[in-house]
Design a protein around this ligand. Sequence first.
Ligand code: SAM
Length: 234
Amino acid sequence: MLTLNRMDGILNCVPKSCIVADIGTDHGYIPVKLIERNIANYVIASDISSYSIEKAQTLIERKNLTDRIYTRVGYGLSILRPREVEVAIIAGLGGTLIAEILEKDKEIASTISKFVLQPMQQQRALREYLLNSGYTIENEILVREDRNRYYVIMVVEHGQEDVMDDLDYYLGRRLVEKRDPLLPEYILYNIKKRCDILANLKKSRNANIVSDKQLKLEREIERLKEVYEHVCKG
Ligand SMILES: C[S@@+](CC[C@H](N)C(=O)[O-])C[C@H]1O[C@@H](n2cnc3c(N)ncnc32)[C@H](O)[C@@H]1O
Protein backbone atom coordinates (compact mmCIF):
# COMPACT_ATOMS: atom_id res chain seq x y z
CA MET A 1 0.00 0.00 0.00
CA LEU A 2 1.31 3.43 -0.93
CA THR A 3 1.51 5.54 2.21
CA LEU A 4 1.01 9.26 1.85
CA ASN A 5 2.46 11.93 4.07
CA ARG A 6 0.31 14.83 5.30
CA MET A 7 1.39 17.17 2.50
CA ASP A 8 0.74 14.65 -0.28
CA GLY A 9 -2.60 13.77 1.29
CA ILE A 10 -3.65 17.43 1.15
CA LEU A 11 -2.39 17.93 -2.41
CA ASN A 12 -4.18 14.77 -3.61
CA CYS A 13 -7.50 16.22 -2.43
CA VAL A 14 -7.23 19.36 -4.58
CA PRO A 15 -8.89 19.10 -8.00
CA LYS A 16 -6.76 19.87 -11.07
CA SER A 17 -6.62 23.29 -12.75
CA CYS A 18 -8.37 25.26 -10.05
CA ILE A 19 -7.85 28.63 -8.50
CA VAL A 20 -6.95 27.90 -4.90
CA ALA A 21 -6.56 29.83 -1.65
CA ASP A 22 -4.22 28.47 0.99
CA ILE A 23 -5.36 30.00 4.27
CA GLY A 24 -2.74 29.91 7.05
CA THR A 25 0.05 29.15 4.57
CA ASP A 26 2.94 29.87 7.00
CA HIS A 27 6.14 28.96 5.05
CA GLY A 28 4.24 28.70 1.73
CA TYR A 29 5.09 25.04 1.04
CA ILE A 30 1.54 24.07 0.04
CA PRO A 31 1.09 26.76 -2.68
CA VAL A 32 4.55 26.10 -4.11
CA LYS A 33 3.83 22.36 -4.37
CA LEU A 34 0.39 23.07 -5.90
CA ILE A 35 2.06 24.95 -8.75
CA GLU A 36 5.17 22.77 -9.10
CA ARG A 37 2.99 19.67 -9.43
CA ASN A 38 0.72 21.42 -11.89
CA ILE A 39 -2.35 21.02 -9.70
CA ALA A 40 -3.51 24.64 -9.37
CA ASN A 41 -3.68 27.36 -12.02
CA TYR A 42 -2.81 29.97 -9.46
CA VAL A 43 -2.88 30.31 -5.71
CA ILE A 44 -3.64 33.04 -3.20
CA ALA A 45 -1.53 32.28 -0.13
CA SER A 46 -2.51 34.06 3.07
CA ASP A 47 -1.67 34.16 6.74
CA ILE A 48 -2.65 36.20 9.76
CA SER A 49 1.06 36.63 10.50
CA SER A 50 3.05 39.05 8.36
CA TYR A 51 6.22 37.21 9.41
CA SER A 52 4.80 34.00 7.87
CA ILE A 53 3.95 35.84 4.68
CA GLU A 54 7.49 37.22 4.48
CA LYS A 55 8.78 33.62 4.71
CA ALA A 56 6.31 32.47 2.05
CA GLN A 57 7.15 35.41 -0.22
CA THR A 58 10.89 34.64 0.02
CA LEU A 59 10.23 31.03 -1.02
CA ILE A 60 7.90 32.06 -3.87
CA GLU A 61 10.51 34.51 -5.22
CA ARG A 62 13.28 31.91 -4.92
CA LYS A 63 11.14 29.49 -6.92
CA ASN A 64 10.27 32.18 -9.53
CA LEU A 65 6.56 31.70 -8.94
CA THR A 66 5.49 35.31 -8.31
CA ASP A 67 3.23 35.22 -11.38
CA ARG A 68 1.34 32.16 -10.07
CA ILE A 69 1.21 32.70 -6.28
CA TYR A 70 -0.04 35.93 -4.69
CA THR A 71 0.36 36.57 -0.97
CA ARG A 72 -1.96 38.41 1.41
CA VAL A 73 -1.97 39.10 5.15
CA GLY A 74 -5.19 38.84 7.17
CA TYR A 75 -7.67 36.75 9.12
CA GLY A 76 -9.00 33.60 7.48
CA LEU A 77 -11.24 34.04 4.44
CA SER A 78 -11.54 37.82 4.92
CA ILE A 79 -8.61 38.33 2.52
CA LEU A 80 -10.71 36.98 -0.38
CA ARG A 81 -13.32 38.63 -2.56
CA PRO A 82 -16.52 36.67 -3.30
CA ARG A 83 -15.98 34.05 -6.07
CA GLU A 84 -12.27 34.81 -6.24
CA VAL A 85 -11.23 31.17 -5.69
CA GLU A 86 -12.81 27.77 -6.34
CA VAL A 87 -11.04 25.84 -3.60
CA ALA A 88 -9.80 26.84 -0.15
CA ILE A 89 -7.28 24.82 1.82
CA ILE A 90 -7.13 25.34 5.58
CA ALA A 91 -4.52 22.97 6.97
CA GLY A 92 -2.47 22.61 10.11
CA LEU A 93 -4.83 24.61 12.39
CA GLY A 94 -7.11 23.36 15.17
CA GLY A 95 -10.58 22.15 14.20
CA THR A 96 -12.27 24.79 16.35
CA LEU A 97 -10.28 27.58 14.71
CA ILE A 98 -11.08 26.23 11.22
CA ALA A 99 -14.79 26.27 12.15
CA GLU A 100 -14.44 29.86 13.43
CA ILE A 101 -12.77 30.91 10.17
CA LEU A 102 -15.62 29.42 8.10
CA GLU A 103 -18.26 30.95 10.37
CA LYS A 104 -16.71 34.43 10.51
CA ASP A 105 -16.80 34.97 6.72
CA LYS A 106 -19.85 32.90 5.78
CA GLU A 107 -20.63 35.02 2.74
CA ILE A 108 -17.20 34.51 1.22
CA ALA A 109 -17.33 30.82 2.19
CA SER A 110 -20.65 30.46 0.36
CA THR A 111 -18.90 31.39 -2.93
CA ILE A 112 -16.15 28.76 -2.59
CA SER A 113 -17.10 25.36 -4.04
CA LYS A 114 -14.73 23.10 -2.21
CA PHE A 115 -12.69 23.12 0.99
CA VAL A 116 -9.77 20.89 1.87
CA LEU A 117 -9.55 20.94 5.65
CA GLN A 118 -6.88 19.33 7.77
CA PRO A 119 -7.50 19.89 11.48
CA MET A 120 -4.55 19.12 13.76
CA GLN A 121 -6.90 18.36 16.65
CA GLN A 122 -10.62 18.86 17.57
CA GLN A 123 -11.73 16.90 14.50
CA ARG A 124 -15.03 16.17 16.24
CA ALA A 125 -15.74 19.87 16.84
CA LEU A 126 -15.06 20.61 13.18
CA ARG A 127 -17.34 17.81 11.92
CA GLU A 128 -20.06 19.00 14.32
CA TYR A 129 -19.78 22.52 12.95
CA LEU A 130 -19.73 21.43 9.30
CA LEU A 131 -22.61 18.97 9.50
CA ASN A 132 -24.79 21.47 11.37
CA SER A 133 -23.95 24.48 9.19
CA GLY A 134 -24.89 23.48 5.66
CA TYR A 135 -21.76 21.61 4.67
CA THR A 136 -21.33 18.04 3.58
CA ILE A 137 -18.16 16.02 4.02
CA GLU A 138 -17.65 14.49 0.57
CA ASN A 139 -14.57 12.53 1.46
CA GLU A 140 -12.13 11.98 4.27
CA ILE A 141 -8.73 10.39 4.16
CA LEU A 142 -6.34 9.31 6.86
CA VAL A 143 -2.60 9.67 6.69
CA ARG A 144 -0.03 8.57 9.21
CA GLU A 145 3.38 10.02 9.86
CA ASP A 146 5.83 8.35 12.22
CA ARG A 147 4.44 5.49 14.24
CA ASN A 148 1.13 6.84 15.43
CA ARG A 149 0.68 10.43 14.31
CA TYR A 150 -2.59 10.37 12.40
CA TYR A 151 -3.95 13.21 10.29
CA VAL A 152 -7.50 13.47 8.98
CA ILE A 153 -8.04 15.37 5.74
CA MET A 154 -11.61 16.36 4.85
CA VAL A 155 -12.97 17.35 1.45
CA VAL A 156 -15.98 19.55 2.13
CA GLU A 157 -18.68 21.07 -0.07
CA HIS A 158 -21.92 22.96 0.52
CA GLY A 159 -24.94 20.75 1.07
CA GLN A 160 -27.03 18.95 3.62
CA GLU A 161 -26.07 15.72 5.29
CA ASP A 162 -28.18 13.89 7.85
CA VAL A 163 -26.36 12.67 10.93
CA MET A 164 -27.72 9.31 12.08
CA ASP A 165 -25.08 8.43 14.58
CA ASP A 166 -22.68 10.30 16.89
CA LEU A 167 -19.94 8.25 15.27
CA ASP A 168 -20.25 10.59 12.25
CA TYR A 169 -18.79 13.27 14.53
CA TYR A 170 -16.07 11.41 16.38
CA LEU A 171 -14.89 8.98 13.72
CA GLY A 172 -16.06 10.27 10.36
CA ARG A 173 -18.69 8.53 8.24
CA ARG A 174 -16.69 8.54 5.00
CA LEU A 175 -13.70 6.82 6.61
CA VAL A 176 -16.00 3.97 7.61
CA GLU A 177 -18.00 3.82 4.36
CA LYS A 178 -14.98 3.55 2.14
CA ARG A 179 -12.98 1.49 4.64
CA ASP A 180 -9.97 3.73 4.64
CA PRO A 181 -6.86 1.52 4.64
CA LEU A 182 -5.68 3.09 7.92
CA LEU A 183 -9.10 2.77 9.59
CA PRO A 184 -8.41 -0.40 11.62
CA GLU A 185 -5.30 0.99 13.30
CA TYR A 186 -6.92 4.42 13.67
CA ILE A 187 -9.89 2.87 15.51
CA LEU A 188 -7.56 0.95 17.82
CA TYR A 189 -5.63 4.17 18.46
CA ASN A 190 -8.91 5.95 19.32
CA ILE A 191 -10.01 3.16 21.63
CA LYS A 192 -6.67 3.30 23.46
CA LYS A 193 -6.85 7.08 23.80
CA ARG A 194 -10.30 6.82 25.38
CA CYS A 195 -9.25 3.94 27.66
CA ASP A 196 -6.31 6.05 28.91
CA ILE A 197 -8.60 9.03 29.64
CA LEU A 198 -11.06 6.71 31.37
CA ALA A 199 -8.33 5.17 33.54
CA ASN A 200 -7.14 8.64 34.60
CA LEU A 201 -10.71 9.73 35.33
CA LYS A 202 -11.27 6.67 37.53
CA LYS A 203 -8.01 7.29 39.38
CA SER A 204 -8.84 10.92 40.05
CA ARG A 205 -12.30 10.42 41.52
CA ASN A 206 -14.19 8.22 43.90
CA ALA A 207 -14.59 4.96 41.98
CA ASN A 208 -18.28 4.81 42.99
CA ILE A 209 -19.18 8.02 41.22
CA VAL A 210 -19.91 7.44 37.55
CA SER A 211 -19.76 10.71 35.69
CA ASP A 212 -21.45 11.61 32.38
CA LYS A 213 -18.03 11.93 30.84
CA GLN A 214 -17.15 8.39 31.93
CA LEU A 215 -20.40 7.00 30.53
CA LYS A 216 -19.88 8.82 27.25
CA LEU A 217 -16.34 7.47 26.92
CA GLU A 218 -17.52 3.94 27.70
CA ARG A 219 -20.28 4.19 25.07
CA GLU A 220 -17.84 5.47 22.49
CA ILE A 221 -15.35 2.69 23.25
CA GLU A 222 -18.09 0.07 22.81
CA ARG A 223 -19.22 1.64 19.55
CA LEU A 224 -15.66 1.85 18.23
CA LYS A 225 -15.15 -1.83 19.09
CA GLU A 226 -18.35 -2.73 17.20
CA VAL A 227 -17.20 -0.82 14.11
CA TYR A 228 -13.80 -2.46 14.35
CA GLU A 229 -15.40 -5.91 14.46
CA HIS A 230 -17.91 -5.30 11.68
CA VAL A 231 -16.02 -3.11 9.27
CA CYS A 232 -12.40 -3.98 9.82
CA LYS A 233 -12.60 -7.69 10.49
CA GLY A 234 -15.88 -8.61 8.82
C1 SAM B 1 0.98 25.27 11.69
S1 SAM B 1 0.87 26.47 10.47
C2 SAM B 1 0.24 25.52 9.12
C3 SAM B 1 0.98 25.79 7.85
C4 SAM B 1 0.45 25.08 6.63
N1 SAM B 1 -0.95 25.43 6.38
C5 SAM B 1 0.58 23.59 6.76
O1 SAM B 1 -0.44 22.90 6.92
O2 SAM B 1 1.70 23.07 6.72
C6 SAM B 1 -0.53 27.43 10.94
C7 SAM B 1 -0.52 28.83 10.30
O3 SAM B 1 -1.84 29.36 10.39
C8 SAM B 1 -1.74 30.74 10.64
N2 SAM B 1 -3.04 31.20 11.21
C9 SAM B 1 -3.52 30.99 12.47
N3 SAM B 1 -4.74 31.54 12.59
C10 SAM B 1 -5.04 32.10 11.39
C11 SAM B 1 -6.16 32.81 10.90
N4 SAM B 1 -7.23 33.07 11.67
N5 SAM B 1 -6.13 33.24 9.62
C12 SAM B 1 -5.06 33.00 8.82
N6 SAM B 1 -3.98 32.33 9.24
C13 SAM B 1 -3.96 31.88 10.51
C14 SAM B 1 -0.55 30.86 11.60
O4 SAM B 1 -0.02 32.17 11.60
C15 SAM B 1 0.40 29.80 11.01
O5 SAM B 1 1.30 30.38 10.09
